[in-house]
Design a protein around this ligand. Structure first.
Ligand code: B12
Length: 381
């Protein structure tokens, strides 16, 4: 068991991916572990429970994490951990380590075999959280590697190149490149307050795109809030289904102290993604407040502001800057009481702008929602 003494980088916290394996709904332990990891300054991309080995490995590769932490209770852990080790090796990404725990279900004898097969570390019932955190930090902390591997899967090398672009250590050729309509991709900026259903809406838009374009590729850049030098839960993947598809590349970013909805490195990431041949790029901000207008015209082709029907009074609508600048305004959660009134009030509010902004009412959680169909058409036409 080697211990890393690599230096830390305040602006680039250590990133880990956590999940619960397939056919397992025991998520209470991983929820505790996630909170503890965040408290110790790590960025945790949480994939949720009942996740297959392939999904976990793809997500770890796309997110360029240092290690995968699994919590497992329903048996089959020897095979499951081994499958992940093998898949990482096959992709050339075996510098991503795998660790985990699972109460009384994983025995010491199981662990011996798992270590032999490539699992890095198993934590047993009764291990104090503080001890686990210290060890995890020592093992997987430190600056992430910036070199792009010469071998390995295309996705792994792409992901590492994106990381290099993100931290500014990549080749200069993609700096200064234009993003959006000037290139091949359509880039759409999606913003709105927290909890209005942005992530679910994005997942539904991805589904429609994948159906419509059998060879098309999508990139999703998703932001969650974080304070500089502190940890964060990057949890959008846990609520996504269709965005796990093999034609989708997703990267989660913490805002790392920047206000306004995006991260200090968003533009660099977008410039690189914009030059990488994706047909559609969706950028989701963190949940924003009244004053934020996160997207400049040079960054995206279209902006979409998502809101729920529950914004308080009509007066509140006057104070939302995005209602003046968004190309498309979406009132989601149309099944909620008050949605009809909200749609009428928002319609009146944007009509005053006289900018031809479009208004769509959606219910993203509903299967085959007509509003989402209409929104997809507006965004991609
Ligand atoms: C709580 C619990 C439940 C809750 C789960 C709630 C939830 N949302 O998580 C409920 C009641 C829903 C439940 C349901 C079931 N359960 Co249950 N459940 C448990 C129980 C009692 C505790 C598990 C737990 O959360 N412990 C709390 C954690 C924090 O402590 P810990 O496990 O000791 O973990 C330590 C380390 O392992 C480490 N760790 C754990 N995970 C990770 C991950 C990382 C990354 C790291 C670093 C460390 C780490 O952290 C802790 C440090 O001290 C266990 C019994 C047991 N003693 O394990 C059974 C148990 C896991 N359940 C069991 C079963 C059978 C079921 C059901 C199938 C029952 C049924 N027939 O319906 C269902 C399946 C549900 C599903 N969808 O998967 C069996 C599994 C048997 C097996 N594998 O052969 C167990 C072992 C009970 C038993 N003895 O029969 N269960």
């Amino acid at each position: 068991m080697s211990v890393s003494t690599a230096p830390k980088n305040e602006t680039m916290p250590t990133r880990l991916l956590t999940a619960v394996p397939i056919c397992d709904g025991h998520d209470s332990a991983i929820n505790t572990i996630n909170l503890e990891l965040i408290r110790h300054g790590l960025e945790v991309i949480y994939l949720g429970y009942h996740r297959g080995a392939k999904e976990i490995v793809r997500a770890a590769i796309q997110e360029d994490v240092r290690a995968i932490g699994l919590s497992t209770y329903n048996g089959g852990h020897i095979e499951f951990f081994n499958e992940i080790v093998m898949m990482l090796r096959e992709a050339g990404a075996d510098d991503i380590k795998i660790f985990g725990g699972g109460g009384g279900t994983i025995t010491h004898a199981d662990t011996e075999q798992m270590y032999k097969e490539g699992t890095d570390r198993i934590y047993f019932a009764g291990t104090p959280l503080a001890q686990m955190m210290e060890e995890i930090d020592q093992r997987y902390g430190g600056v992430r590697p910036t070199t792009v591997p010469k071998h390995g899967s295309e996705e792994w090398r792409f992901s590492r190149t994106l990381s290099a672009a993100e931290d500014g250590s990549g080749p200069a050729e993609w700096t200064g490149r234009k993003i959006g309509s000037s290139g091949h991709s359509i880039v759409i900026g999606i913003t709105g307050p927290g909890g209005v259903g942005k992530t679910t809406l994005i997942d539904e838009l991805v589904l429609r795109f994948l159906k419509l374009q059998p060879n098309g590729r999508v990139a999703v850049l998703s932001h969650d809030p974080s304070i500089l030098g502190k940890g964060a839960l990057l949890g959008d993947r846990a609520t996504m289904i269709y965005s796990q598809h093999e034609r989708v590349f997703m990267r989660s970013l913490g805002t790392r102290g920047q206000a306004g909805g995006l991260a200090p490195t968003t533009e660099r990431c977008l410039r690189f993604l914009g030059s990488a041949g994706f047909d559609l790029i969706l950028v989701e901000t963190v949940g924003i407040g009244q004053e934020a207008a996160p997207f400049g015209r040079e960054l995206v082709d279209k902006t979409m502001f998502v809101m729920g029907p529950d914004y308080g009074s009509r007066l509140q609508l006057q104070k939302i800057v995005m209602l003046d600048v968004a190309d498309i305004v979406v009132v989601n959660k149309s099944d909620y009481s008050g949605a009809k009134t909200a749609t009428a009030e928002v319609e009146q509010r944007i009509a005053f702008n006289k900018q031809g902004q479009q208004l769509v009412t959606t219910c993203a959680k509903r299967h085959r929602d007509k509003g989402v169909d209409e929104l997809f058409k507006l965004l991609t036409q």
